[in-house]
Design a protein around this ligand. Structure first.
Ligand SMILES: NC(=O)c1ccc[n+]([C@@H]2O[C@H](COP(=O)([O-])OP(=O)(O)OC[C@H]3O[C@@H](n4cnc5c(N)ncnc54)[C@H](OP(=O)(O)O)[C@@H]3O)[C@@H](O)[C@H]2O)c1
Length: 258
């Protein structure tokens, strides 16, 4: 499947590298940006980046739009005549609706539209993406591709804001928790790198336990807590310091207005 990715920045590059990691031949992916030259990390994955969007979308079955939201119209409108019928255009631009994308492509005949809200962990095929589309066909193509890059969840468009906060921003929130664990380990005398590795694996283990069992997180917490033991003392100390409230406040503050 020939895939074009317009916008070889953080997200476009992560999707491209994730697709290669998932088995898509690098030669099937045409990336573009405005400045000439292929960034080193993309070249190392066997990818190359051009500057000609029309050439990139020629013959492409799927076109990802991964430019900043305010640049989507400028990137898409000139391509309306170049996209062949049956092409699926998948936008990752936060806050740009399917209706706005359709307006940009009003002159394009038979083009299918989808939008996804991924996070940058797609680079390692362990991302999470919300997917919405104008048609079941577009949804199938977009969800199939994003499922190669991690969990892909079909969502109504009005839940994309929540997906932005939970997944896109939530990745950074989770990393802040990781950093906090690392700092605590450091204060206990564990070297920073080792403390970071240990706590990252703890977070991975906690996530895997919940994902595999389907249990509520508190069911797994209960297994670790001995009555009167150290775990519950630590958890209660975290709550007295406002842990759950701080996490909820942080995620709500990351909820986009639109
Ligand atoms: N980063 C995230 O975690 C994240 C998460 C979810 C969704 N998104 C969405 O992903 C999109 C890109 O964000 P980003 O963080 O990846 O931004 P970024 O790193 O600034 O990348 C944007 C890329 O778009 C290129 N570009 C600009 N105009 C173009 C055009 N007309 N044709 C082709 N390429 C063009 C830029 O190229 P030059 O640098 O050469 O100008 C740059 O490589 C945004 O819409 C954002 O909402 C990002």
């Amino acid at each position: 499947m020939k895939i074009a990715i317009l916008g070889a920045g953080n997200m476009g590059g992560a999707i491209a590298k994730g697709l290669v990691r998932s088995g898509v031949p690098a030669g099937d992916i045409a990336l573009t940006r405005t400045q000439p030259g292929t960034p080193e990390d993309l070249a190392a994955a066997g990818l190359s980046v051009g500057t000609d969007n029309r050439a990139a979308v020629e013959g492409a079955e799927v076109v990802f739009v991964a430019v900043k939201p305010w640049l989507v119209s400028a990137a898409l409108q000139p391509l309306a005549g170049a996209l062949r019928a049956g092409t699926t255009v998948i936008s990752v631009a936060a806050g740009v609706s399917l209706a706005e994308l359709r307006e940009d492509l009003s002159r394009a005949r038979g083009v299918r539209l989808a939008r996804v809200m991924p996070n940058t962990a797609v680079v390692l095929c362990c991302g999470v993406s919300g997917v919405a589309a104008e048609s079941p066909e577009a949804l199938e193509v977009a969800r199939g591709l994003m499922a190669r890059l991690g969990l892909a969840v079909a969502l109504p468009e009005d839940k994309f804001g929540a997906m932005t906060a939970l997944s896109g921003c939530g990745l950074a929130h989770a990393l802040r928790f990781l950093r906090a664990g690392q700092e605590a380990g450091l204060e206990m005398g564990v070297p920073a790198r080792m403390a970071g590795e240990i706590f990252a694996q703890v977070m991975r283990g906690a996530a895997e336990l919940v994902l595999h069992s389907g249990n509520h997180p508190e069911a797994e917490v209960d297994r670790v807590c001995t009555p009167g033991g150290l775990t519950i003392k630590g958890l209660n100390a975290m709550e007295r310091a406002g842990f759950t409230g701080a996490v909820v406040e942080g995620l709500l503050a990351s909820l986009p207005e639109k």
